[in-house]
Design a protein around this ligand. Structure first.
Ligand code: NAP
Length: 281
């Protein structure tokens, strides 16, 4: 792995120093648990020098292993510039499957900068015969589907698209997110309780970060006498327990379907993403 370099070939005793082989510069677009996993797998790997990138949506983000940066690039042009300036050899797009803009920007930027890109696209959750899922295409469709028989509803959709449920004035809503949202999701200096006051009285807030266990989800859903759950089909194990609880309690789940897969090369897990990297010339 480490190549000996001859310092003085004319000497009777040759001196060797050991030098790292050329490292490939990898940009990981993070935001999913797989992004953290692949950053840990590549950390200290002799063949790669890695930079993780986070959007900066939460005020105290989980930190990936190794170097990272936070904040947007400024569209596909900004990302293209970043790839060129930092001589990125390959991109792993490990953003959340519902984060469509960044994946599309990354494809455009990678094509223009002639940089290989792989999308880590985890498998979606599959309905079983014991599930009562109502598949809807958008957040607005989920809100339109709700009626009083579903009240109180458990919203596990994050905080950015909560405004879609402002039309559900007759329904009690429990929204779980990592941190508070304002109606327009503006950056303000309001405290959590001030932000909550900006929402109608039928909105209630629970702040928590996954992964969530079956026992805790069951306790929470029973505590609030939840009658239906709204969620995105994110896939992965960290947020799956609520679906098992819904199955046990025979609760309907309004399931927002996956958006289209990003175009280009796809891996469904970090191990396959690593193989893809290893096979790059
Ligand atoms: P998005 O709509 O696809 O992206 C919006 C903008 O955010 C992008 O154009 C880019 O800004 C910036 N951005 C997104 N991901 C970035 C990254 N990893 N590094 C640097 N900039 C990034 O994304 P979103 O749906 O708002 O999600 C934002 C982040 O939260 C993503 O990283 C995603 O993985 C994570 N997340 C999203 C969801 C979800 O349901 N959408 C759930 C869990 C986690 P510029 O154009 O300025 O470059």
């Amino acid at each position: 792995m480490f190549q000996p370099v001859v310092l003085a070939s004319h000497c009777k005793i040759r001196n060797f120093i050991y030098q790292r082989p050329m490292q490939k510069h990898i940009l990981i677009l993070g935001g999913s648990s797989e992004g953290f996993t692949i950053a840990s797998m590549l950390h200290d790997h002799p063949a790669y020098k890695v930079m993780s990138s986070l959007a900066g949506r939460t005020s105290v983000p989980k930190k990936p292993k190794g170097p990272y940066r936070i904040g947007g690039f400024g569209g596909s042009e900004g990302l293209e510039q970043y790839i060129k300036t930092h001589q990125i050899d390959a991109i792993i797009d490990a953003t959340h499957p519902f984060a469509q803009k960044i994946s599309s920007n990354a494809n455009i930027a990678a094509a223009k900068a002639n940089c290989p890109i792989l999308h880590l696209w985890r498998k979606e959750w599959q309905k079983t015969n014991d599930d009562h899922w109502i598949d809807v295409p958008t957040m607005q469709a989920a809100a339109q589907h709700l009626n009083q028989t579903h009240s109180p509803v458990f919203l596990t959709i994050g905080r950015l698209e909560l405004a879609a449920f402002l039309s559900c004035t007759e329904i009690t809503l429990y929204s779980r997110a990592i941190e508070p949202a304002t109606k327009a999701e503006q950056k303000t200096k309001l405290s959590a309780s001030d932000k909550e006051q900006a929402w109608p009285d039928n909105f209630h807030f629970i702040y928590a970060k996954g992964p969530f266990t079956y026992e805790k989800e069951l306790a929470l859903i029973k505590q609030h006498n939840i009658k239906a759950i709204v969620t995105k089909n994110s896939g992965g194990p960290g947020a799956y327990a609520k679906l098992e609880v819904a199955r046990t309690l025979k609760l309907p789940v309004i399931m927002i379907s996956r958006p289209e897969k990003p175009k280009g090369q796809i891996a469904t897990n970090p191990q396959d993403a690593l193989k893809w990297l290893e096979n790059l010339s």
